[in-house]
Design a binder for this molecule. Structure first.
Ligand code: HEC
Length: 188
């Protein structure tokens, strides 16, 4: 090998390892700083480009997640509950399978307060852990209410606020199954 080639290869090797460092957190010599340190704005950093000064953008108006059905009735309002009762119809037929699933869901989410028979004597109330008597779901008052109101109360909670909303825990389809089961409990 000619000496000039040797010197050149040595220089090349030195150049190659110049960026190496014993400290793993230090990237050593950076040949292209704009590639190593991205000029892009970080998600939560301030941003002079946008009017509101933040980098993270809101989704376009009216955007909804895939598979999500908006629920257009507000919470803690008797008017909204009544409106839901007039406008919403149970889209599912009360087949034996649907009633069985409704019962299973009821036993997970409602039985502790409203009781096995729907009369409001759930163990949270009888053990005095829950201060207010949960509504009787099988009396004439509730039998007279349309399905949509029960669906609304499960989704948004009661108008007075004593019962919390369950829309986040129970998918809409299962909420309608619970409505069917509550009707069955009431012998309707
Ligand atoms: C933590 C206890 C609790 C749980 C769990 C609960 N409820 Fe309630 N529920 C109540 C109470 C208390 C009321 C009375 C509400 C009020 O007066 O604000 C009520 C009221 C209701 C009403 C009547 C609303 C009206 O118009 O008067 C319905 C229908 C109802 N619940 C159904 C259900 C169903 C179905 C479930 C299960 C998905 C459920 N509840 C879970 C405590 C509960």
């Amino acid at each position: 090998m000619r000496p000039s080639v040797r010197i050149l290869s040595l220089l090349f090797l030195m150049f190659l390892v110049a960026a190496c460092d014993k400290d793993k957190n230090n990237r050593g010599y950076v040949y292209f700083p704009d590639m190593a340190n991205s000029p892009a704005y970080k998600t939560y950093s301030e941003n002079p480009v946008f009017e509101d000064g933040s980098t993270m953008r809101l989704p376009a108006d009216g955007t909804i997640p895939r598979g999500f059905t908006p629920y257009p009735y507000g919470s803690k309002s008797l008017e909204e509950q009544t409106r839901a009762g007039i406008e919403l119809k149970n889209p599912i037929d009360a087949t034996p399978d649907v009633l069985a699933e409704g019962k299973r869901q009821y036993q997970i989410f409602c039985i502790d307060c409203h009781g096995e028979f729907g009369d409001g004597n759930g163990h949270l109330f009888t053990s005095k852990m829950f201060p207010a008597k949960p509504r009787n779901l099988i009396d004439d008052y509730l039998k007279a209410k349309p399905d949509g109101e029960i669906f609304h109360v499960i989704t948004r909670g009661s108008a007075a606020g004593l019962m919390g909303p369950h829309g986040g825990q129970i998918p809409a389809e299962k909420r309608w199954m619970i409505v069917h089961y509550v009707r069955e409990l009431a012998g309707k």
